[in-house]
Design a protein around this ligand. Structure first.
Ligand SMILES: [Zn+2]
Length: 490
């Protein structure tokens, strides 16, 4: 464990984020730029996220499958917008063998081993999946088809940051095929709401959902809907997306089905995904200057028990503490008993604080004499003395309280950093001084959107249901517009 401190948020927010990832032992950089090693503690959090989300995805009727990492280059080129959108960040496999160099000291690419068709390392799986779907789908009886895949994805990003933007990342991608547009649109919204509920109920994150503008939508989609979360610095983070793919991909991959009247038709498709980016959102939303704070529902360790003793009372304190551990694990899972001999209690407290363990139980000789323990909650640092007989009930209640408190903090942050402006001057003032979510009117012209971005760095984040109905003049050109949410995004 690193003994180094953590840069305070107020001093340098981006360094604070990197420090938390390092000190909480979530991930580290690898020799390949933009690729990270997810360490056991970070991966345990990801596994808990995965487990709960996987349950919700299956509840929606999707089945898990696995498709290949390599995609023939010709597949990617079939949908014109799709290839344009991903061309700049594709990793391409051109050869399949190395040979010894002439001097026998090393290896080099064997020019003889050139692939006939170059392969793309998947930046997303629409094309490879839909080629397969064209063979799976024949009749309306094969629909709806709902497939989900958990996989790694490669997008050759130049400016990378752990979890938020990496060249390789982990995600789930759901892909569904339907008879009608009405049905596929319903799926798009269901997936979007599933992500919003998951964010709030499990990750304790308040989010905003809505439609993305054309410039922000997925390459090849008719429409993209996004889930936007707000970080502590007021910037927004796109947490997940759900796409209405229309019939664009069905037409180029020739997915056709015989409908109920016997006519041959193109189906309607959706895709939706969230990634290890969620880990970045988690770190940035809940952590403080002491370290990470993990919401109890996904905490690999929910409670840690740290016995405090000297040589002359060691045996007694350990026995007493172990008794409490055995009592607690009857009602609470993921309890850790930290009896590591070579570390001081102070060092242990510090370590568990950095790792964001929701509840810490300290047990010293005085607590033992009083038949008590000290319980410390990570989110508020509040300490209380609790009788042994009340420990289980108290801890269970506390875990619920912490989960709720983190969500209510996230709600407060979002509400108190949301602004409505009526003209461009006000817009620029708010964006430059406060960031946050700024509700403003925009005419829908990509030129105004681009100018606003150039001049303020703010982009359209999404348009909520209510925003669509709220009309007024565009803050930039003053033509009629609808209300959009703007923000500075990660
Ligand atoms: Zn305009």
């Amino acid at each position: 464990m690193s003994n180094k401190g953590i840069t305070p948020r107020s001093e340098e927010y981006s360094q604070w984020f990197l420090d938390i990832i390092d000190r909480a032992e979530l991930a580290e950089n690898s020799p390949v730029r933009g690729s990270m090693v997810i360490k056991p503690y970070g991966y345990a959090i990801w596994e808990n996220i995965q487990k709960e989300l996987d349950r919700r995805i299956k509840e929606k009727g999707a089945k898990n499958a696995y498709f290949p990492l390599f995609i023939p280059k010709s597949f990617l080129s079939k949908e014109a917008d799709h290839v344009k959108g991903f061309a700049k960040e594709c990793a391409i496999v051109t050869h399949y063998r190395l040979r010894e160099t002439a001097d026998g000291k090393g290896v080099e690419v064997d020019p003889e081993a050139k692939l006939e068709e170059e392969l793309i390392v998947r930046p997303t799986s629409e094309t490879i999946m839909y080629d397969t779907f064209s063979r799976w789908i024949k009749s309306w009886r094969d629909l709806p088809l709902k497939i989900n895949q958990w996989a790694n994805i490669v997008r050759w990003e130049k400016r990378t940051r752990p979890f938020l933007r990496t060249a390789e990342f982990l995600w789930q991608e759901g892909h569904t095929v339907h008879e009608t547009h009405e049905e596929s649109l319903k799926e798009v919204m269901e997936a979007l709401n599933m992500y919003k509920d998951f964010a709030s109920e499990v990750l304790a994150l308040e989010t905003l959902i809505g439609k993305k503008s054309n410039s922000e939508k997925f390459a090849g989609a008719l429409d993209t809907y996004g889930v936007e979360a707000m970080m502590q610095d007021g910037k927004s983070l796109q947490f997940g997306t759900s796409h209405d793919l229309g019939q664009n991909f069905a037409k180029v991959f020739n997915i056709q089905f015989t409908d109920r009247e016997g006519k041959l038709k193109y189906p309607w498709q959706t895709s939706w995904g969230v990634s290890t980016r969620m880990m970045g959102a988690l770190v940035m939303s809940h952590s403080d200057d002491k370290g990470l704070i993990v919401p109890p529902k996904i905490a690999p360790i929910k409670v840690v028990i740290v016995p405090i003793y000297k040589d002359d009372n060691k045996e007694k304190v350990l026995k007493y503490s172990r008794g409490i551990y055995n009592q607690l694990i009857k009602d609470v899972d993921n309890v850790e008993f930290d009896d590591r001999e070579f570390l001081s209690p102070g060092y242990k407290f510090n370590e568990w604080e950095k790792k964001g363990v929701p509840v810490r139980i300290e047990i010293g000789p005085k607590d033992m004499e009083a038949g008590q323990v000290v319980i410390v909650r990570r989110d508020t640092s509040e300490k209380s003395n609790i009788y042994v007989s009340e420990v289980n009930e108290n801890v269970q209640k506390l875990l619920e309280d912490i989960q709720e408190n983190l969500l209510s903090r996230s709600k407060d942050l979002l509400i108190s950093n949301t602004y409505s402006v009526s003209d461009y001057k006000e817009f620029k003032d708010v964006i430059s001084s406060k960031k946050g979510f700024v509700h403003a009117h925009w005419c829908g012209d990509p030129e105004c959107e681009e100018k606003i971005k150039e001049e303020t760095k703010a982009t359209t984040r999404c348009q909520t249901e209510e925003g669509k109905k709220n009309t007024s003049k565009c803050i930039y050109c003053e033509k009629p517009g609808e209300e959009w949410v703007f923000g500075i995004s990660y």
